[in-house]
Design a protein around this ligand. Structure first.
Ligand SMILES: NC(=O)c1ccc[n+]([C@@H]2O[C@H](COP(=O)([O-])OP(=O)(O)OC[C@H]3O[C@@H](n4cnc5c(N)ncnc54)[C@H](OP(=O)(O)O)[C@@H]3O)[C@@H](O)[C@H]2O)c1
Length: 345
């Protein structure tokens, strides 16, 4: 198929027009800060309360963002009547407990990626949300970015032809006592940076027939350092995925089809450009500023608000089944590389 004359326009509505929900922020770390900034700058969502393990932590966060309420307990946060939806921004191995805490209090919940430690926990969250008739969604913000809606349309229109290969990589350098280097906080790239390449490949290709994984541990053996994953699909397509906490890596991605290829500018998982090119050398270019987290975390929140207003209980852009499927792949990769977290022993 020839390339279209122009790229389709993204169909993502202006996040400012999403119905306003009252948000409670659970946890006051790095991503909670960026998420709250994005909400306050780009939406009409109301951040009405923050919960921390300590009153002083909650007070600091509330002061920084001028929030009306600060509570020194996650339980007190989820019980508040003035909160509609809880944003869980704790380390990976706390997502299950904190999501269930919110659901148990009858609140909708947006859970940071990955949705849980493993597929069993992810299924548990989905079942609890269904029983409580609330919305649970993984905060895989990448899938909600306007540029991915352009890609979604290119894939649906068959512009690439039969897809043979997906490449995706995400590496960053960490040192010191960052949670990603701590075994007790489920550190290593697998549940963190690798979530993006795996979710991306699974979105493009569907569930794989086979998963092959290899890792190199960090020098002190505390967590895995870099991991490569090969996904084999029933139709012969392959995904080559890599993630590291040892070095910065290109953090690039590509979808390669029989007729055309999409090459994403790094970092592929944030707002940034991409090029579609065909075998004859014709190309189309999408450009947008690479604005990273505070310029993109709000799209998922606006979408959640629209879904809730429409009475939906799973979001078509990041359905719970895809969050669970991502965990199934990561579970199998971890089984092969011998990466077992303390709470699974
Ligand atoms: N979407 C993205 O681009 C993105 C980027 C970074 C991180 N994340 C995800 O967001 C989650 C949090 O990451 P982060 O980088 O924000 O982590 P962080 O800076 O370490 O913050 C985590 C927060 O969780 C709370 N917490 C609860 N139990 C904890 C424990 N045992 N140890 C440490 N903190 C604990 C703390 O808040 P209180 O002290 O207030 O209770 C802490 O500030 C992770 O699951 C990560 O994958 C997503």
């Amino acid at each position: 198929m020839a390339l279209p004359d122009a790229l389709p326009a993204p169909r993502v509505p202006d996040p400012m027009t999403a119905p306003s929900l009252r948000w409670g922020i659970l946890g006051t770390g790095w991503i909670a800060d960026k998420f709250t900034q994005a909400l306050q700058a780009h939406t009409r969502q109301k951040v009405v309360a923050v919960g921390s393990r300590s009153q002083s932590g909650a007070d600091r966060f509330a002061q920084r963002f001028d929030l009306p309420a600060a509570v020194g307990s996650y339980d007190d946060l989820v019980q508040r009547d003035d909160v509609d939806v809880i944003y869980v921004a704790t380390p990976h191995n706390h997502h299950h407990e904190d999501a269930l805490r919110a659901i148990g209090a009858g609140k909708h919940v947006l859970v940071e990626k990955p949705i849980a430690l493993n597929a069993a926990q992810a299924r548990d969250i989905a079942a609890a949300a269904a029983r409580a008739d609330v919305m649970a969604m993984e905060a895989l913000w990448t899938m909600f970015l306007p540029k991915f809606d352009i890609v979604r349309q290119l894939l649906a229109n068959g512009v690439l032809g039969r897809i043979h290969t997906v490449f995706a990589d995400h590496g960053q350098h960490f040192e010191g006592d960052h949670r990603i280097l701590r075994r007790d906080l489920a550190g290593g790239p697998t549940l963190d940076l690798l979530t993006y390449p795996v979710a991306f490949a699974n979105w493009v290709l569907g569930a794989p027939r086979e998963v092959l994984a290899r890792t190199t541990w960090t020098p002190n053996g505390e967590v895995t350092g870099q991991t490569s994953v090969l996904l084999m699909q029933d139709d012969g397509a392959q995904a080559m995925l890599h993630s590291s906490v040892l070095s910065r890596t290109p953090t690039a991605a590509a979808i390669c089809g029989e007729d055309a290829m999409i090459a994403f500018d790094p970092d592929f998982y944030v707002p940034a450009g991409f090029t579609v090119s065909d075998n004859a050398g014709a190309s189309l270019r999408h450009d947008e500023p690479e604005v990273a987290h505070t310029g993109g975390l709000h799209y998922q929140a606006a979408q959640l608000a629209w879904c809730i207003a429409a009475g939906e209980r799973s979001c078509t852009i990041r359905p719970l089944e895809e969050s669970i499927q991502t965990m199934v792949i990561l579970d199998e990769a971890r089984r092969q590389i011998g990466e077992i977290y303390p709470e699974e022993q």
